[in-house]
Design a protein around this ligand. Structure first.
Ligand SMILES: [Zn+2]
Length: 104
């Protein structure tokens, strides 16, 4: 499938070898030859990773019972962390207010 061609580098304008791969670099300036395709590929990768990150705690129908339980626990833990942080902030605020109100 790989077909070596001689193409003009989009970065330095020198003739270089390109065999059609996305991550092929110029022999002269080491720049990526298929820049548009490469950036698309990177973008797709990043988007895929972001989606995976977002979906990591979403329970899917194909998940097994153990995976579901784990995801639920992680979700609960995440919520508890947020709730505890808010509670801590509220309690500290109340203590500060009480100290400033109390005489003495
Ligand atoms: Zn080049």
């Amino acid at each position: 499938m790989s077909q070596v061609r001689e193409i003009k580098c989009p970065h330095c304008g020198q003739w270089t070898m390109w065999d059609g791969k996305i991550d092929d670099r110029c022999l002269h300036c080491n720049g990526f030859l298929e820049t548009r395709q490469f950036s698309r590929e990177v973008e797709r990768k990043i988007r895929g990773e972001a989606a995976r990150e977002r979906n990591i705690l979403i329970i899917r129908p194909e998940d097994g019972p153990l995976k579901r339980l784990g995801k639920r626990l992680l979700n609960a833990l995440r919520w508890w962390t947020i709730i505890m942080q808010v509670l801590f902030f509220v309690v500290v605020t109340i203590i500060i207010v009480l100290i400033s109100i109390l005489p003495g």
